[in-house]
Design a protein around this ligand. Sequence first.
Ligand SMILES: Cc1cc2nc3c(=O)[nH]c(=O)nc-3n(C[C@H](O)[C@H](O)[C@H](O)COP(=O)(O)OP(=O)(O)OC[C@H]3O[C@@H](n4cnc5c(N)ncnc54)[C@H](O)[C@@H]3O)c2cc1C
Length: 382
Amino acid sequence: MKIIDDLSRCVGCALCSSVCPQKCIEMEKKEIGFLYPKINKDLCIGCGKCKNACPLNKTNIINQTDSCYALLDKDEFSRVKSASGGASNVFANHILKNDGVFCGCRLNEELEAIHDIADVSDDLEQYRDSKYVQSNMTHTWEKIDKVLNENKTLLFTGTPCQAAAVRSKYGTRDDLYICDFICSGVPDPAIFKLYLAKIGKNEGKKINKFYFRDKSCGWKKSAIRIVFDDGTEKKIPRKDSMYYSLFGNNLFFRQSCYKCEFKQFKTHSDLTIGDWWGIEKFRADIDDDKGCSLVIINTPKGAELLEHVKDDVVLVDTPIEFAIQTHPKIMKSINSNPYRTLFYKMFNGDIDSLNKAYERCIGDSITDKIKRKLYLYFNIKK
Ligand SMILES: Cc1cc2nc3c(=O)[nH]c(=O)nc-3n(C[C@H](O)[C@H](O)[C@H](O)COP(=O)(O)OP(=O)(O)OC[C@H]3O[C@@H](n4cnc5c(N)ncnc54)[C@H](O)[C@@H]3O)c2cc1C
């Protein structure tokens, strides 16, 4: 039994594992922290439910993308805590106020990114801010099942591939809203974990909270903010962070992200949100450097959700063509880095090998640069 023809297309949503009636699919770590399904062949009865559920095997896109907006949450406190204009939180708040439930990504006590459920407004705090690491949905499916079985309205927010998985399982229904975001790709959870360990070791403290995009120096200069268990804090500008350097060099994304199958509006969501980088070129008057969200409406249900929140936000109609120009990732996957294979060959899961792989693949020293040239010559040009 094969779930998909080529496992490098697998997005790691864990839907196959959740629908298996034999419970014979386990999500196991590969390369090094990404989850992939492993079928226990002795238990598999070949029913094909996993294959039918897999979002990569679904082509029935329902989207009719037609409008695009800039959005700013009028609640500035909330906007400043969000990654961009606070769109996600505004939608989630509306759902919760109407006795619905929100499903999104938070960092758990071990600072691992997981998809979980929030049903009171106070819980939303931990869902704000983008977590630039793949979130784990292994234990999320049964929670979503429960919410929908109780006839509650659910808003799901996640990557385009996670959104496609949710649509694949539950289809189109009145009590379900699906929101995805413009996505560069999802980084390796094992590397995020090691990055945290490295900072903790250097500082000699335990990390309590981690924020990927603190806006205290402005949205455009947002930085990493870390809160330690003794209450002290550290800020790391993105340009000085090893993690963002790996991110910017496209080195540690999931394999499927380099050939994302949900680009060019092949989205299964009702609406798509993103960072409205470049809004100042279109409407300088709404750019206060506290964050601006881009919202693309994909279905009438998405338009309905936006209509519900319109009194809570500043909303500006913007041309979709301009969004496409300023956000190449709407149309195209990230480029693969020619040293990614080398990086994963050198990196074996510990801090030492991470440092060495980082230097070899991105480092500035003459030796590393020469070694990279030789690597390209012998491995790519041949
Ligand atoms: C891995 C990743 C890559 C991204 N790449 C781009 C990009 O290239 N261009 C762009 O314009 N925008 C990108 N975004 C989206 C952007 O960072 C903001 O999330 C978006 O602008 C919405 O901002 P906000 O202020 O509305 O909400 P935020 O406060 O950012 O809320 C984020 C929402 O996304 C969910 N979320 C957070 N982290 C994850 C995760 N790891 N997996 C799944 N769901 C998550 C949360 O549950 C929350 O609902 C990316 C986000 C992530 C997580």
